[in-house]
Design a protein around this ligand. Sequence first.
Ligand code: SAM
Length: 313
Amino acid sequence: MFSYRHAFHAGSHADVLKHLTLIATLRHLMQKPTPLTMVDTHAGAGLYRLDGDYAQTSGEAAGGILRLAGLRQPAGANTLNDALADYLEVIDAFNTEGKDWRIYPGSPFVIHHMMNQAERSSVRDRLKLFELHPTDSKTLEANIAQLEAGRQITVTVQDGFEGLKTLLPPPPALGGSRRALVLMDPSYEIKTDYAKVQAAMQDALRRFPTGVYLVWYPIIARPEAHDLPRRLKTMATQAERPWLHATLSVGAPEADGSEEHGSPERRGLTSSGMFVINPPHSLKPVLEAALPQLLKTLGMGSGKGWQVEAQRS
Ligand code: SAM
């Protein structure tokens, strides 16, 4: 437990898929001017250095977000897919000094960036963050404190699977509507995480069936990882909720003999997936347009590919 540090993986192809999907989903949900409760059950440290020891040692950002830097376009050019351009603009916003990207925002800061946009300023969105790692939770608290967001953002050093139960259903906004988005992004450091994701999703759907739920998972040779999307599909279908499942495989990298970090399952990770329950209707076409463009830049070798499947209820 706690050998996983997201700093090694920040800005990897897996983060790119996760945060692209998160931003596209939030972009749609935030068109409606009613408050959203957003929960990040496994928040990480919040901000990461791309030029620091962790990123340099693992090289994962070099195979992910840093490869995408060349896709940025001058204002007015529009050959880049909108969702991909939107994602790159969010990363750019954290890197205002100089041309090179040195900072990668983790999910708490991606979400905060979206809730902090001018058009959302009159909407009282709330962000609830959970992180258990003794060091990363302190870093997260310090990073969030700098935002001076007061009670709009809370950090709790607690098991995110348990913490989620206390937040659903979300409180009603003026007018009575309840809206929530949950990102569940465990490290899967211990294999019981797969069953915990499933149980937490089952419980969340019972407490608040209309919430938007995003689950990231690694595609690795482990039965639990293979079973997770299948089980989530069955669960969503039985609950009569629409779902979307997107995967991105960058293919096998060239072996370079470098040392790798993190849990054994995540070493050399080449594929991951996002499973979304109650996705916005716009998400499927958005990802179908963005993922091929992404793969053109991130794809490395045999096995590369992408897929988006979805079912409306
Ligand atoms: N969501 C983050 C992002 O996209 O930037 C990355 C999160 S990282 C994949 C998973 C995090 O969950 C790690 O920082 C780990 O310390 C933390 N963690 C592990 N088990 C946890 C638990 N039961 N509850 C809350 N956090 C946990």
